[in-house]
Design a protein around this ligand. Structure first.
Ligand SMILES: [Zn+2]
Ligand SMILES: [Zn+2]
Ligand SMILES: [Zn+2]
Length: 444
């Protein structure tokens, strides 16, 4: 820290850190950008990292995961919020009339893979976990009952009553196949909605399009479920109103049906997966129980979480890792072990279970949306970068050029990542972002 403070270019370093917005693991880039006049070939402006502290430019890591970088995850969360919200009330290029389109908030769950410890509340009172008067005894001699009233932070929540009875293979296979199950659900939904209205899928497309935005959330037991916004539009997307017969009620009916009938098979194991019986379908309204704001914040919150909230690792598991020595609870260890074991099955290579063991088998995207739901994260990022560029022009750091007349030649190379522990302390003082310290690249 003292070394960094005493560097003659400390002010410039501090300025770079400020621009990363408090990123705790900024990426270091080495390179240059040159602006040429296209007509004359004159060099108008040159930026090179050679004069920067350590010869590198530090840029934010842009992770979405809070456990890795709270500052960048916050940016991602805010962008996701804007994206989901724009699809509900308009803005960011989506017309405000979209708020009148029928719209549902749907939660699709995973089936049961065995009884787990749960915390349930009824009128403010915590109920016993699994109270059974004549509870059966499982083949491993465990009584399948638990009369405890678990506290909200009880680490046993989500863990099985009998780990030896629990279907660990089923749990990780469900995670692995869930993106396919979701895809089939969206197809079945379109088919059913068309049929309810006496149309073919092709004919439906001339009147209605169905837009989705979804996010995956890990439950305590280590399986994902999906929260989705499903909206009815006219044939041209959010700009066109759906016909009067395309109602939220009809859409809800089609959702119930599609969720109940779709299946996805893992043929080499002759296993078929379907959604759990718990299905939640609620209309989103501007003034009702479930407002567009609540939905957008809910989806955005889960977009920055991953499997680590189940107590697994937030990094990839290496083939040489000693599973028994991983700092995780037994339940997560067994889920990871199931991934590693099934991952060796040649028939299951497409599921890439070894690669995604730390995600307990899930390899899908955390938040996805159909093309015409609203704007994109990329467009939001571009708008922010354009704003920062405009700011740099007005503060004199970049000359003002007409985009079409200038040729930009850039060359960048990755030159490492992260901050030393001393630099992290300085960075948190500069940016006001406080997070536990990470081992820095220079401290190894
Ligand atoms: Zn970051
Ligand atoms: Zn229990
Ligand atoms: Zn058992």
């Amino acid at each position: 820290m003292i070394h960094r403070l005493n560097q003659p270019d400390f002010d410039r370093w501090a300025c770079q850190i400020k621009h990363t917005g408090g990123c705790r693991q900024p990426i270091h880039l080495r390179g240059k950008v040159e602006h040429y006049d296209q007509a004359t070939g004159h060099l108008l402006h040159r930026y090179s990292t050679t004069t920067e502290p350590n010869g590198v430019l530090r840029v934010p890591c842009k992770t979405r995961r809070t456990s890795r970088c709270p500052a960048c995850a916050e940016v991602y969360r805010a962008d996701t919020y804007q994206l989901v919200r724009a699809g509900l009330v308009g803005g960011k290029g989506v017309p405000e009339t979209v708020s009148a389109h029928p719209c549902l908030f749907v939660t699709l769950t995973a089936p049961s893979f065995g009884a787990v410890h749960v915390r349930r509340e009824k009128t403010g009172k915590v109920l016993p976990c699994h109270a059974r008067r004549d509870a059966e005894i499982c083949p491993h001699g465990r009584v399948m009952s638990c009369t405890e009233r678990h506290s909200a932070d009880d680490p046993r929540l989500g863990e099985p009553l009998c780990p030896d009875c629990y279907d660990y293979d089923g749990s990780v296979l469900f995670n692995a196949i869930s993106p396919e199950l979701w895809r089939r659900f969206t197809l079945a939904l379109r088919r059913r909605f068309a049929r309810l209205n006496g149309l073919t899928v092709k004919a439906l497309r001339e009147h209605v399009s169905i837009a989705f935005a979804k996010v995956a959330e890990y439950q305590r037991r280590g399986v994902v479920h999906f929260h989705a916004v499903i909206r009815l539009d006219g044939p041209d997307g959010p700009d066109s109103p759906p016909p009067p017969w395309a109602t939220a009620d009809a859409l809800a009916q089609a959702v119930q049906h599609a969720a109940a009938v779709v299946t996805a098979e893992i043929e080499p194991l002759s296993r078929t997966f379907r959604w759990g019986t718990q299905l939640d379908v609620r209309p989103i309204t501007m003034d009702g129980d479930l407002t567009e704001q609540a939905v957008a914040s809910y989806i955005a919150k889960y977009a920055t979480k991953a499997a680590e909230c189940v107590g697994t690792l937030d990094r990839r598991i290496q083939p040489l890792d000693d599973l028994a020595a991983l700092p995780v609870r037994e339940h997560a260890r067994r889920l990871i072990a199931a991934c590693m074991r099934l991952g060796r099955n040649p028939g299951l290579v497409d599921l890439r279970l070894t690669h995604w063991a730390h995600m307990l088998g899930f390899r899908g995207h955390f938040s996805t949306k159909s093309r015409r739901y609203s704007t994109t994260l990329g467009a939001l990022r571009a708008a922010r970068e354009e704003h920062m560029r405009a700011e740099q022009i007005t503060t004199g750091r970049l000359p003002l050029f007409d985009e079409d007349t200038v040729l930009v030649v850039a060359h960048w190379a990755y030159a490492g990542q992260g901050l030393s522990v001393g630099e992290q302390l300085l960075a948190s003082a500069i940016t006001g972002q406080h997070a536990p310290l990470l081992r820095g690249p220079d401290d190894r």
